[in-house]
Design a protein around this ligand. Structure first.
Ligand SMILES: Cc1cc2nc3c(=O)[nH]c(=O)nc-3n(C[C@H](O)[C@H](O)[C@H](O)COP(=O)(O)OP(=O)(O)OC[C@H]3O[C@@H](n4cnc5c(N)ncnc54)[C@H](O)[C@@H]3O)c2cc1C
Length: 443
């Protein structure tokens, strides 16, 4: 309930901030003679586009308090949709103005002499480029880090361009208070950007974690054990949370990857944290396997709300596919260490028996706690002791215990599995509030 209220409060604040400059400008209303529908509509669209852009960074700037009620993946999705909405409002702004005074190609020229118009045109083109580049990122085969850099620079250009355009060109921004608001939003964006790109890295620069162990645990997956800098370990984390691992010469490096903590959340004497990392690209396939004991690396975390500590339940059903087993490991180890007696049913799906990591550890855990593991293998061999195929409604029905509707469900795996579970579980009568998901492909 508290989380729901906090979520509503954050959403209310966000909506208020999106509409504030427009509402304020209308209230002050400095324009004595009515300017006609298309001009007013263009101004309204322009204000909303600007505030949406200026607030984009607040959604992905790793603000724990704001991310907690929604989950980082939901915020990422919102960031994406608001980016598209902002670009659409920018296009409407330009379109309405063109309708009013007849479209001229010159308006779209970002190199024209008039600074107010040039910055407006530049912001519009940048918005098209940033949104297009994001929607087509996978198809264009950008390196993730290259894309992220271009995305950040483009966003900076849009907000600054739109702010200068509004200040130089806008009729409403003749009022000092409106000018102050426009400058304030641009300033807020710069402040959040600086906090993320400068302040955070500076704060952790002198305190790298160290690699204690890095070993292959099968299926192209490495288990990386990290030790915190003396006196700078975490004051705890929740099972299922993740951290950004930052490799490179400094924490300003663009190589920052979200990886789930696979170890128990119960405090240990050395404060170590384990991360299971599967080879899915250049960083996980080349940088991670090359890490050696003693190597430094920065850790930004813990983050995330995919955790079983926040939900009361009579028991748990964990559904994992591939490396989605990682958060489940942390949850299981934590429940074992806490001597939690509640029943746990784990469905663990993989291509074949060779692709299962931590099988020995899971079987050992099943002997220590009330855990039942159902392996689901696409290519099951006789003797694998596993369901054959994928996690389907049938497989779930066969194994779910009778009071499963009062259990909490956690799902983490490839997109096709996530989509299937989000459809099947409600059909099985599991309340939506009891279904928790984490998408590793959220970007
Ligand atoms: C909350 C969360 C927890 C995760 N936990 C684990 C885990 O425990 N073990 C594991 O093996 N993988 C985990 N992942 C996935 C992991 O972050 C990516 O596999 C990894 O970043 C790939 O990087 P790469 O350079 O090797 O591959 P690339 O080829 O560069 O990227 C492959 C895909 O991974 C995603 N990705 C890459 N870099 C980032 C980034 N900096 N931020 C967000 N997404 C990125 C993008 O969708 C990209 O298309 C997690 C992802 C998320 C979002």
């Amino acid at each position: 309930m508290a989380l729901l209220l906090r979520g509503m409060a954050w959403f209310g604040l966000y909506s208020f901030l999106v509409l504030l400059p427009l509402a304020f400008a209308l209230w002050v209303d400095p324009i004595a003679t009515p300017r006609g529908f298309w001009t007013e509509a263009a101004t309204g669209a322009g204000f909303v586009a600007f505030t949406l852009c200026a607030l984009e960074f607040s959604l992905v700037g790793r603000f724990r308090a704001a991310a907690e009620p929604f989950g980082i993946d939901a915020l990422m999705l919102w960031h994406r949709w608001m980016g598209i909405a902002a670009a659409a409002f920018l296009a409407l702004h330009a379109g309405f103005l063109a309708i009013r005074s007849g479209a001229t190609v010159q308006w779209l020229d970002p190199f024209q002499r008039d600074v107010g118009r040039a910055t407006g045109a530049a912001a519009l083109w940048l918005a098209v480029a940033v949104v297009g580049n994001s929607l087509l990122r996978r198809r264009l085969r950008w390196r993730y880090e290259t894309w992220q850099l271009l995305h950040g620079i483009g966003a900076l250009g849009i907000v600054l361009g739109a702010a200068v355009h509004a200040l130089a060109q806008g009729s409403y921004s003749r009022v000092p208070a409106v000018r102050f608001l426009v400058a304030g939003y641009a300033g807020l964006f710069l402040l959040l950007f600086a906090r993320y790109r400068v302040w955070r890295p500076l704060r952790i620069w002198g305190h790298p974690w160290r690699v204690v162990e890095n070993r292959e645990v099968g299926d192209d997956t490495f288990l990386l054990s990290l030790e915190p800098p003396p006196g700078r370990g975490w004051h705890g984390f929740e099972p299922g949370q993740f951290a950004w691992l930052i490799t490179g010469r400094t924490p300003f490096s663009l190589e920052q990857h979200p990886i789930t903590i696979a170890s128990s959340a119960e405090p240990s004497s050395d404060g170590r944290a384990d991360f299971a990392i599967k080879n899915l690209g250049d960083w996980s396939g080349q940088v991670v396997p090359a890490l050696r004991p003693g190597d430094p690396l920065w850790v930004d975390g813990p983050h995330g709300s995919f955790t079983l500590d926040r939900e009361p339940g009579q028991g748990f059903v964990l559904i994992a596919g591939g490396i989605g087993i990682s958060p489940m490991c942390s949850m299981l180890l934590t429940l074992r260490d806490r001597e939690d007696r509640r029943p746990v049913l784990l469905f663990y799906a993989a291509a074949d028996a060779g692709a299962l990591v931590f099988r020995d550890e899971l079987d050992a855990l099943a002997a220590e706690m009330d855990l039942h593991v159902v392996y689901v293998l696409e290519q099951a061999e006789p003797g694998d002791d596993a369901e054959s195929g994928r996690v389907t409604e049938d497989v779930l029905r066969r194994h779910l215990p009778r009071p499963y509707r009062r259990f909490q469900f956690y799902v983490c795996g490839p997109p096709s599995m996530m989509d299937a579970m989000e459809r099947i579980l409600p059909e099985l009568g599991v309340p939506r509030g009891s279904i928790h998901t984490e998408r590793f492909d959220m970007v």
